[in-house]
Design a protein around this ligand. Structure first.
Ligand SMILES: NC(=O)CC[C@H](N)C(=O)O
Length: 259
């Protein structure tokens, strides 16, 4: 089986890079035909890399705004170029903040409305399954994933948010344990995010940013395996692309673009 290479980017202050590499290399990611390698932030070329994960942490100490300084690094210029060509890019927590600051995803992050760092499991609903990272989830499926952040309060102006909803860019939304919509049941919105957005894609779907940490929910010993299918989905999507066909989603007969 051929193996696809996932570049896991490290900035000064990143602290989840090892966990992401572990989730991919020691877990199901490897079975899915993935191999994670480290990419240093000064790297300006991503040759040989098939997908990129920007992990969580506190790049540059969260100075200025979370992700603002990392967004200016050489590697993000390369990520921007490759993302434009369709390479899958996943930003987790601080990675999501960096994608927003780099302009790869629309909107911004504000401090949590409680002005407290929140570290606990939350439930999110899968709203979009035709992306390289979500194709093995069922539409509307409820996942339990941990969050750990201070600036996770997603913001977009109301008209911008309406446009995101219309284009189906909200990939994950905070919800209750039975899928109750956190836009209606505000108690299920942990940080005050506009539209209860927990994860967002670009219109094409190849760039996904999310506040919860799938790498912390990728093996049973961690209490949830709900994050595992992000890596399995990516493996399947990249394998399909290698073979020049479309990846089949979990939904019977569903199709996800593998090109
Ligand atoms: N876990 C993380 O990536 C932390 C995210 C971020 N630096 C915050 O606290 O908002």
């Amino acid at each position: 089986m051929s193996v696809a290479t996932v570049g896991v980017v490290t900035f000064p202050g990143t602290n989840c890079d090892g966990d992401v590499r572990h989730a991919i290399n020691r877990g199901a990611g490897r079975d899915a035909g993935l191999e994670a390698v480290s990419v240093w932030h000064e790297e300006s070329s991503l040759s040989g890399i098939d997908a990129v994960v920007i992990p969580g942490g506190f790049s540059y100490g969260d100075y200025l705004r979370s992700g603002a300084i990392a967004a200016l690094s050489p590697v993000m210029q390369a990520v921007r170029e490759r993302a434009r060509q369709g390479m899958p890019v996943l930003g987790i927590c601080n990675g999501f903040q960096i994608l927003l600051e780099a302009g790869l995803l629309p909107g911004a992050m504000r401090r949590n409305r409680t002005l407290r760092f929140i570290c606990r499991p939350v439930t999110v609903r899968v709203e979009r399954t035709d992306t390289p990272f979500t194709l093995l989830y069922a539409p509307g499926e409820v996942l339990e994933l941990p969050i750990a952040h201070y600036e996770g309060n997603y913001f977009a102006w109301p008209d911008e948010l309406d446009a995101l909803e219309r284009r189906g860019q909200v990939a994950l939304r905070y919800c209750g344990p039975r899928g109750e919509d956190a836009r209606v049941h505000d108690a299920y919105n942990p940080n005050g995010a506009a539209g209860a957005v927990a994860g967002l894609t670009n219109p094409e779907g190849n760039v996904l940013g999310l506040m919860p940490h799938p790498e912390r929910a990728s093996e049973s010993v961690l209490g949830s395996r709900d994050g595992l299918r992000m890596w399995l989905s990516l493996g399947r999507w990249l394998a399909a692309r290698r073979e020049g066909r479309r990846a089949v989603t979990a939904r019977a007969g569903g199709e996800a673009d593998g090109r």
